[in-house]
Write a protein that binds this ligand. Structure first.
Ligand SMILES: [Zn+2]
Length: 438
């Protein structure tokens, strides 16, 4: 095919085109990591997220998709046949983890009508674009928490696993579980339009909730998301109102756990947050309106809090219909205050940005927001590494150590001194494959 293409051109353009083609075909931006490939990374240091220290200098030996050895020192000899990469003055860090994304979703254009105009295929392709952005922003694992897109997130996970497209490792929720007319149902349309079934995540009563959970897991969900309360970006009433009963929440939790799957609860309002915690949910998402008792319950049940606080200027209030805008303006400032109090109380935190509600690829910007609200830089980084890995139940990532996945990034400057270093990632390796290099 390429011969035929080149044959159409003049000799001179043929040479130029041939060189260009050679560069495209041999470009090593995405090298496939084979089991016996060895790469040695040298850098000014690496971030030990467990201790909260920078170890200088650093030499990491990568074999296949794993970190084989971690040396503190520049003089380590590379094994024979290894590819050496000198990252000069950059600091290596574990690939970041975002436990609350919506890769297949964007607030753009006619987004409120997208659900009646598009299909899962559209959502999956949008997700492919955003998966790439997210990976190149330094996030090597994400948890995709449902976005009215059927199995688009599961398809995305498979395409990335096959190497068809690049993106982070995905833990997909598939369809979120919602009461009829609730936050994770598609609301705002005439009767008969997009009426959900348990298979679509719309479920009322214990039996339907069980069916909804089982159906998502059958079709590839690796986590369950349930909408315990009303929300901001949906057309129902008070933003924080509880939506599921205790019996329904407990049934969902028991069923997810019976399958060895974690369950995340979307919860803004105080009462719904408390119900979700008492039902045994693994993480409270948003957690906007926390009172003292809710914070005590988070501590008592050892529940993760995943607060997303949008960086200044990124959230497009003008894109919202009036009801949704009013809800956003009510909730967002209160959420910051809840976060501040939860940090002071020592609640367990995992880093989830809600990317998709604003532009993808800016995921790291919430680190500085958290620090600005009283979180120590090392704790903010832990929420996006070791804390996130713990919530996800994955022990093979989230820190730099021999035997773990070679999911690594590098940044300029000391991220413990300024977490904004993560907003400009210079090097990305996932499973030993390099996707971005300086
Ligand atoms: Zn969300």
């Amino acid at each position: 095919m390429f011969q035929g293409l080149l044959g159409e051109l003049t000799m001179k353009t043929r040479v130029v085109a041939g060189i260009a083609l050679f560069i495209i075909l041999t470009s090593s931006v995405t090298a496939i990591a084979r089991a016996d490939d060895v790469t040695v990374l040298r850098a000014a240091g690496y971030l030990n997220v467990v201790d909260g220290t920078i170890v200088r200098p650093a030499t990491l030996v990568i074999q296949g998709d794993r970190i084989r050895a971690v040396h503190s020192g520049a003089g380590t000899t590379a094994p024979a046949g290894a590819t050496e990469i000198d990252l000069a003055d950059l600091i290596l860090a574990p690939g970041l983890i975002d436990v609350h994304t919506h890769l297949t979703y964007e607030i753009s254009g006619d987004w409120t009508n997208r659900f009646v105009r598009e299909t899962e295929a559209d959502a999956a392709l949008r997700g492919a674009k955003n998966a790439r952005r997210t990976l190149l922003a330094g996030f090597t694992t994400i948890r995709e928490l449902g976005a009215f897109a059927g199995g688009a997130d599961v398809a995305l996970m498979h395409a990335i696993e096959r190497g068809d497209i690049i993106g982070p490792r995905i833990i997909p929720a598939r369809q979120s579980i919602s009461i009829t007319g609730g936050h994770c149902d598609t609301t705002g349309f005439a009767p008969g339009v997009l009426e959900g079934r348990p298979e679509d995540g719309t479920a009322d009563g214990v039996d339907e909730v069980l069916k909804a959970v089982r159906y998502q897991i059958k079709h590839g969900a690796k986590v369950i998301k349930i909408c315990a309360t009303a929300g901001v970006l949906s057309f129902e009433g008070p933003v924080g109102a509880p939506q599921y009963s205790m019996a329904e929440l407990e049934a969902a939790v028991a069923e997810a756990h019976r399958h060895g799957v974690k369950i995340a609860a979307h919860a803004h309002g105080t009462e719904g947050i408390k119900m979700a915690i008492r039902a045994g949910i693994d993480s409270v998402e948003h957690g906007s309106l926390l009172d003292d008792e809710a914070i005590e319950l988070l501590l008592e049940y050892d529940t993760y809090l995943v607060t997303n606080i949008y960086p200044p200027g990124v959230f497009n209030y003008d894109a919202l219909p009036p009801l949704l805008r009013a809800k956003a303006e009510y909730v967002f400032p209160r959420r910051e205050e809840s976060f501040r109090r939860a940090v002071a109380a020592g609640v367990k935190m995992a880093y989830g940005t809600d990317a998709g509600v604003y532009e993808h690829g800016l995921n790291a910007q919430q680190l500085a927001v958290r620090v600005g609200l009283g979180m120590a830089p090392a704790d903010a980084i832990r929420s996006a590494t070791t804390g996130a890995a713990d919530l996800l139940g994955v022990e093979d990532r989230g820190r730099i150590a021999a035997g773990l996945l070679a999911d690594l990034i590098a940044v300029a400057g000391d991220p413990l001194a300024d977490v904004k270093a993560f907003e400009d990632v210079r090097f990305v390796m996932k499973g030993g494959e390099i996707h971005l290099r300086p």
